[in-house]
Design a protein around this ligand. Structure first.
Ligand code: PLP
Length: 491
């Protein structure tokens, strides 16, 4: 038997009226209503388009289903092979009721079952398998091996300088930076309220206090004015997060940091390749921290990198990453360090990924152009931007929904897109609201609250095609158009 959709909300009795169908569809019931008789047998169906045509043909809101439903419909069989049922879906047949042997609907397949657009997919078609096979063949699978050095060197070369050290994740990279900078108990660290939790988690791991401040409404990154207002005699560091691929406005942040003697740890987890006034982010502050989780621009599965211009910090981070052992003396611990190392296998993947970063970033720029071109002009959507001084690498194409224009909120829009097979992702919640961060100190963050409620990321992948962008946009525009049709109906 086919499993999948819960169809209870799609069902109406034959007495169901145009009004009831429209109400169901308006609640986002999956594009079709199924009419069943007293025995539960499917007798007819109606979609948005059928209702529109029924009204044009003179039906009113109280007309019963028998007068407007479509009696000739294609259905699948519960006992059939699922692929046989799926094969019945087409551009014309976008909803397929699945019936049991008595003709009662037990499931509903839609074209979303046929086509799925993931939010992100890693692109692993370069030298990844060749290099990984090399690790396997040579036995260098742990954290020693030639690819570690190669990846670190290639990374520093791509960044235009600095010393780079692979880590086991972006989170451990951030923690390593805080520890190496001597941040600890009693210290305050300013972090944006709008970021992934790892940025604040590491501050707590270092026994310091996160101070949550607001972000800029255009770039969604740390607002220097909010940072300034949060500085106290205990402030020791700031973590500007280049969020969703957009760089922070680093000049005023660095000026404040210099004035108050603060360390600056750039959280570049989402922003490899992003530029501030022509400089790549990551070497502007004291340490830059990167993530290579599978949804990032380049990936090693799990993994990260720290980058710094300071040879002293570089040495401390390398030592702490390696159990705190002295580099020249085996099993001699200078500090109670960590095992935050990356494996040679991961570095092999990372090197192959880095070889193609320019292709990945160019691809993203094309996608963004296409998204922007298609979606510009819809009052219900606030599209992502790029400050004049910035190179935004658009880690995820993230927009903000304007419910007053769209007639539905972010989560409703996401649910409609999901029905059409399009995966989206809400943006991060304000950190200070969350149980984990109650010991932090929060400054007013109205911009974060607003974006967090309205922000939505659309599919953005290194291999996403223009046609796929169009398909996401087609779905979006058709949902928005449908919403306007509903809004035009009398209540
Ligand atoms: C802004 C930000 N900081 C830190 C991290 C942590 O990186 P990782 O998942 O590699 O530990 C992430 C990752 O998802 C992130 O988005």
């Amino acid at each position: 038997m086919t499993t999948g959709h819960k169809i209870a909300r799609n069902l109406l009795p034959l007495s169901g009226t145009v009004r009831e169908v429209m109400a169901r569809l308006n609640e986002g019931v999956g594009g079709v209503v199924l009419f069943t008789d007293n025995d539960g047998v499917l007798r007819g169906v109606a979609t948005d388009g059928d209702i529109r045509r029924a009204i044009l043909n003179g039906c009113n809101l109280d007309t019963p289903a028998a007068d407007f439903m479509i009696r000739k419909f294609t259905s699948g069989h519960a006992d059939a092979d699922p692929t046989q049922n799926l094969a019945l879906l087409s551009a014309r047949i976008r909803h397929l009721p699945i019936l049991d042997s008595a003709g009662r609907p037990v499931d509903l397949l839609t074209w979303a079952d046929l086509w799925r657009m993931p939010l992100v997919q890693p692109s692993l078609g370069g030298n990844e398998s060749k290099y990984v096979n090399d690790c396997l063949a040579t036995g260098w699978i742990s954290s020693q091996g030639p690819y570690i050095e190669k990846f670190q060197n290639a990374f520093a070369a791509y960044m235009g300088g600095g010393r780079a050290f692979c880590t086991s994740s972006g989170t451990t990279a951030l923690h390593l930076a805080l520890e190496a900078l001597g941040i600890g108990a009693g210290d305050e660290v300013i972090v944006p309220d709008f970021t992934f939790g790892a940025t604040a988690n590491v501050v707590l791991h270092a026994n310091a206090t996160p101070i949550f401040v607001d972000v800029d409404p255009i770039t969604w990154t740390l607002d220097p004015k909010a940072m300034e207002a949060a500085i106290t005699s205990r402030t020791k560091a700031v973590i500007p997060v280049h969020l969703y691929g957009h760089p922070c406005d680093m000049d005023p942040i660095m000026a404040l940091a210099r004035e108050h003697g603060l360390k600056v740890i750039e959280d570049c987890a989402e922003a490899l390749g992003a530029e501030y006034k022509g400089r790549k982010v990551g070497l502007i502050g004291d340490v830059g921290c990167f993530s290579f989780f599978a949804n990032k621009v380049i990936t090693t599965g799990e993994g990260g990198m720290v980058l710094t211009n300071s040879s002293e910090l570089a040495a401390t981070m390398a030592m702490l990453r390696d159990h705190g052992m002295a580099p020249g003396r085996r099993y001699w611990h200078l500090a109670a360090g960590y095992n935050y190392r990356m494996t040679n296998l991961q570095a092999a993947v990372g090197l192959a990924q880095l070889e193609r970063i320019d292709v990945f970033l160019d691809r993203r720029a094309e996608l963004v152009k296409r998204y922007n071109g298609y979606l510009a002009g819809f009052a219900g959507l606030q599209l992502p931007t790029q400050a004049p001084w910035a190179r935004n690498i658009y880690w995820l194409y993230s927009l903000a929904v304007c419910p007053e224009h769209l007639g539905m909120n972010r989560d409703q829009l996401a649910a409609r897109l999901q029905e059409r097979g399009i995966e989206t992702r809400p943006v991060f919640h304000p950190l200070h609201d969350q149980p984990a961060y109650r010991t932090g100190i929060a400054h007013p963050c109205p911009v974060t609250a607003d974006i967090a409620a309205r922000g939505l990321s659309l599919p953005t992948g290194n291999e996403m095609t223009g046609a796929e962008v169009d398909r996401v946009c087609d779905a979006l525009t058709s949902i928005m158009r449908t919403q306007q049709v509903y809004r035009a109906q009398p209540a």
